[in-house]
Design a protein around this ligand. Structure first.
Ligand code: ME8
Length: 647
């Protein structure tokens, strides 16, 4: 199978924002996923260089337009490479191959009878590179609500495309191909737009920057192709149109065009399909619009200024705040953007939310899981994987359903839904580790069960690596390396198989995948890092103030039936009734020694039922880790009344 995915080609009037990165990352995830499926993938992106906007941006920089566009295209290339964008083709619309494609396409349009010479009378918005009708322009300003800039009066001979002919055919195509336009609610906007009636589109203008109309078209002297018509044709150019027939047959039609909603209704979901219909080419299989990333509720856009969130400074912040590597920060940004917001919706871009996801989803759910499992394989099996065991019913079906959920999500372009399913699987694996409690199996000498638990969790992590790999390619590589899989050829089908990790294989060096700021130093020593994890992350003074710590006095103390470490206490903390609580201190205190003792109690701890006793707080105690007999209660140094606050 082949798979051809595109991003918009971006204007080179300024540097990319996280919004541009978003479309490009989404397309990259599709491309990587399809490569794992074994498809022959063509992933194309590039830059839109022929508009008037570009000429003005070049003039502002004191450069000739070609030098300016080449510099900007290089900047985009570098940007995408740094975000692990695995594009196969990067097109610049000033390239020769594209000029050739656009001219061939215009000739084909002319041959089809859909191009006619007329007089253009109306308004042009340079910022949107769009023509507007007389009635749509009020007070000389662009009617696009996100723009509103002054429009320019134009009156010149021009070629028009008979867009108006295509309303019915477009509606029919949309109806007959339910998955053609996504998401569904935006499809309705397209239908409404077409039903209001389509106007012919001016396809040329007079300029000395742009692709000249071919001289085979009469009276075309001095005319260049309207930048939008030129830009849309890039999708054909990348597929080999018009000269590389074999490549074109192989890759066209595109499987998915990805973009935001700004250029969906008018351009990609109606004008583009109509242009293709006119020249008799098949339509793309899917055209998908995502929402906007916003800042303060307004679309993030280059024209709003330098403070707009951009990928590189965002990566800098992640690295500074967490101490992670840049590659890891790239993965975190990619994950966050796709997970945080359902693909069709708008979302507010927030560094805080990003760091939150970094700590919770990536640090805790994934990074710590890997670390725990590897540490146990290190400790109990001298760093060697136990022999493969049969599929574990608690894990294997969960892996298969995560893989299947991801597959449907990729069809529906539901990135956040797909990731949610993968994280539900990780939650299963975390739960499995807690339930199996390999440390207890080791203590009890249950070697076979321990082998099974360790192998199964490692195998689950191998699957998790493949599942996350389209979104987090560096992380997937590192998980595999830590599991000892060197030179491993990853394939999607392996996400549903079991037992692929070789028994006896030596695991690699365990390193925290997503270090936390407070664990930076501990990274070098995995054991310490684990201990730190149990202590938790840094908290602010505000967090600390949430604790209601009070001096109390033990009123009664008794053993808890069937639990040799627990005592049931009642403690007077200055309330009407003494609190009942359960404390794990029975190996170091006898009940009778406790009565009358002053202690410190966490009074606002959520109640919990422990061994059938409702415990309404916790007494503070210190201990030497691992030695239950060393537990020592914290007690005030001088006399304090019951209920006194401890701060
Ligand atoms: O429109 N949120 O180029 P462009 C989400 N050259 N996506 C965003 C975004 C945001 N805040 N800001 C930008 C053009 N994007 C034409 C396209 S295609 C044949 C020609 C992304 O540089 C999103 O994909 O203005 C949007 O559609 C695109 O950048 C617009 O990029």
């Amino acid at each position: 199978m082949k798979f051809y995915v595109t991003t918009p080609i971006y204007y080179v009037n300024d540097v990319p924002t996280v919004g541009h990165a978003y479309s490009t990352i989404a397309a990259d995830v599709l491309a990587r996923y399809h490569r794992l499926l074994g498809d022959e993938v063509l992933f194309a992106t590039g830059t839109d260089e022929n508009g008037l906007k570009v000429v003005r941006a070049a003039a502002d920089r004191g450069l000739d337009p070609q030098t300016h566009v080449n510099q900007m295209a290089d900047l985009f290339r570098r940007e995408w490479q740094s975000l692990a964008i695995s594009y196969d083709d990067f097109i610049q619309t000033t390239e020769k191959r594209h000029r050739r494609a656009v001219q061939a396409f215009m000739e084909a349009l002319h041959r089809s009878g859909d191009l006619y010479l007329g007089e253009y009378e109306g308004w042009y918005c340079v910022s949107c590179e769009t023509y507007f009708r007389e009635q749509d322009v009020a007070d000389g300003r662009c009617p696009n609500p996100e723009c509103g800039k002054p429009v320019e009066r134009l009156s010149e001979p021009a070629y028009f495309f008979r867009f108006s002919r295509y309303g019915e055919r477009l509606l029919k195509h949309i109806e007959e191909h339910p998955g053609f336009l996504l998401p569904e609610f935006r499809k309705n906007e397209v239908v409404a737009f077409i039903e209001r009636g389509l106007n012919d589109v001016c396809m040329t203008r007079h300029s000395d920057w742009g692709i000249p109309l071919p001289s085979s078209i009469p009276d075309s002297e001095g005319m260049v192709v309207y930048v939008w018509a030129d830009a849309l044709v890039n999708y054909l150019t990348c597929a080999g149109y018009p000269d590389d027939e074999e490549r074109f047959q192989r890759f066209w039609p595109a499987d998915v065009h990805v973009m935001a909603k700004d250029i969906f209704v008018r351009f990609h979901a109606s004008l583009w399909p109509a242009m293709l219909m006119s020249v008799g080419l098949p339509l793309p299989k899917k055209v998908v619009a995502h929402g906007y990333w916003t800042l303060g509720g307004k679309k993030i856009s280059k024209s709003r200024g330098a403070h707009m969130p951009r990928p590189q400074p965002t990566l800098d912040v992640i690295v500074q705040e967490t101490g992670c590597t840049r590659a890891r920060a790239v993965d975190a940004l990619r994950y966050h953007m796709l997970r945080e917001v359902p693909f069709g919706q708008d979302g507010e871009f927030s560094g805080e939310a990003l760091l939150g996801r970094y700590a919770d989803d990536l640090g805790n759910d994934l990074g710590n899981l890997l670390h725990r499992v590897l540490a146990m394989i290190g400790r109990y099996r001298e760093g060697r994987l136990p022999a493969p065991c049969p599929p574990d019913p608690a894990l294997h079906p969960a892996a298969v359903s995560a893989a299947e959920a991801w597959e449907s999500a990729m069809e529906a372009l539901d990135f956040s839904g797909g990731l949610k399913a993968v994280w539900a699987f990780l939650a299963e694996v975390n739960r499995y580790v807690d339930q199996q409690a390999p440390w207890s199996l080791a203590k009890r000498g249950e070697e076979e069960a321990l082998d099974r638990a360790l192998y199964s969790t490692a195998e689950a992590l191998r699957i998790a690596a493949a599942l996350v790999s389209p979104v987090m390619p560096h992380t997937a590589d590192d998980i595999e390396a830590q599991l000892g899989l060197r030179g491993w050829k990853r394939e999607w089908s392996q996400t549903k198989e079991w037992g692929l990790l070789p028994g006896g294989g030596a695991i690699g060096k365990a390193e925290a995948l997503f270090p936390r700021p407070d664990r930076r130093k501990a990274q070098a020593a995995p054991e310490q890092a684990r201990a730190k994890k149990e202590q938790g992350a840094m908290i602010s003074i505000k967090d600390f103030q949430k604790l209601d710590l009070r001096v109390g006095q033990v009123v009664t103390a008794e053993a808890v039936a069937g639990a040799d470490k627990l005592l049931k206490l009642t403690v007077d903390i200055g309330e009407e009734q003494p609190r009942t609580l359960v404390a794990g201190i029975a190996l170091s205190y006898r009940p009778e020694e406790l009565v009358g003792k002053k202690v410190v109690v966490v009074a606002n701890l959520e109640p919990a039922v422990i061994r059938g006793v409702r415990s309404e707080g916790m007494v503070l105690a210190g201990w030497v880790k691992g030695d239950d007999k060393s537990i020592t209660l914290v007690t005030p140094d001088r006399e304090l009344p019951n209920g006194a606050k401890v701060t």
